[in-house]
Design a protein around this ligand. Sequence first.
Ligand code: HEC
Ligand code: HEC
Length: 411
Amino acid sequence: MIKKTLLICQFLILTVMSLGSAPIFATGDPDFDPPLAPLGPIPEPPDNRITAEKAELGKLLYFDPKLSGDASLGCADCHDPKQGWGFNDPICRGYPGAVHWRNCHTVVNTAYLSKLFWTGSSKSMEKQAKSAGTGGISGNGERDVMEQRLRQTPYYVKKFKNVFGTERPILNDAWYAIATFERAMLSQKDTPLDRYISGDKTALSEDAIKGLELFEGKANCIECHNGPMLSDEKFYNLGVPRPFEWEEMGMNTITFRFELYAKGVHEDYYRDFKDDLGLYFDTKRPKDMGKFRTAPLRYLKYTAPYMHAGQLYTLEEVIDFYNEGGGSNEMTERKGNKTKILKPLGLNDDEKAALVAFLEEISGDEIKMAIPKVPQYAPVPDAATLTQSEAKQAGLDMYLKSKGGESNGAR
Ligand code: HEC
Ligand code: HEC
């Protein structure tokens, strides 16, 4: 009986869904494609609730270069508010003296993603911030040094105590505060797309509405770019070509070789492959070579160039790429793992322009923010880490200084 009721329910749900306007099973792949949806409330992990004070602290830390190896590079140097909260070079800058090997994402709306980075290798904003601060070609920071810098900044000592209840700043809490800043202040609200989906049919222009119809229909973008973030967070090899930088720029080649080695790639592959192995780095399954996470599409107007190494400079180039049925790279040729979903689309010029209009309009307003002044150091003796005689001496020094006297400097 229960089984029968369940079957009837399933049948009813499927019937109701198939009556909706969005195609539920787009061509090419028999999986369920959730319709585009408004962003909804900001996801908030139970161990890192959003508070206004924590977000404010996170904002300063996001802009503060103290959280990198040589105290020269904050998150904002690569995720710049004026560059779509990303970096506008095809391949990102790196830690001083190095270059990155991939295009820099925007951090806008990342609160809504469950897999971060081009291959989804980080599963939470907190862990992601930590790897950004410590990774060799990004922040390259040493844990104890960064922590000590926070402890030698009186403003942070006070703020960390208020927010996290600790006597002295703990580095791990800094990543929590940064994640809170990103969630609370870098999530879009009420964009034209959200308003349109929620029933305001004037929120998008006629061109953009035509673009949306193509997106969900003839152009079949919805097959992968679906749900609230316009990403199914699955992985595909589209045949995005090798970036020219890897052949022509020595520094980029070095970073690529370093990454192959650091990610534990087999010696044969290390010597042999010249393209980004993508998801393979995480799974080590040959069928995952060259696959990348479906990119979210909500802030594109501000984040050119596009794709994992900025291979395509404009949205027009992106649409042309898809119109031709994607491209080819080392992995599609040697491993035959180009996704079967991409096919030439036969879009005419008007249709291509409509798709571009849709992608631009749904980007909504730019999130602007003035760069805050970060707090200054004021070195203080850290009594808990001193030996007893050092602590006594530090106390005596301070006492004598307050009396206008001089320390004898003895230890
Ligand atoms: C040297 C430049 C650099 C610095 C510094 C840097 N990032 Fe990034 N960030 C990147 C690049 C490049 C990527 C993409 C890398 C990849 O996916 O392999 C990225 C990816 C990300 C993502 C993933 C977004 C997505 O869509 O999956 C987030 C979130 C992020 N960074 C946050 C931060 C935070 C927070 C900091 C500071 C603690 C920081 N980054 C510091 C260059 C940088
Ligand atoms: C088979 C799944 C799939 C389909 C279908 C698909 N995409 Fe993508 N899209 C992806 C993946 C995966 C990436 C990242 C690829 C990479 O960097 O190698 C991506 C990247 C993009 C980007 C770059 C975003 C950025 O921030 O760099 C844009 C724009 C885009 N797609 C738009 C579209 C449009 C428009 C369509 C329909 C014409 C479409 N996509 C169809 C999977 C798909």
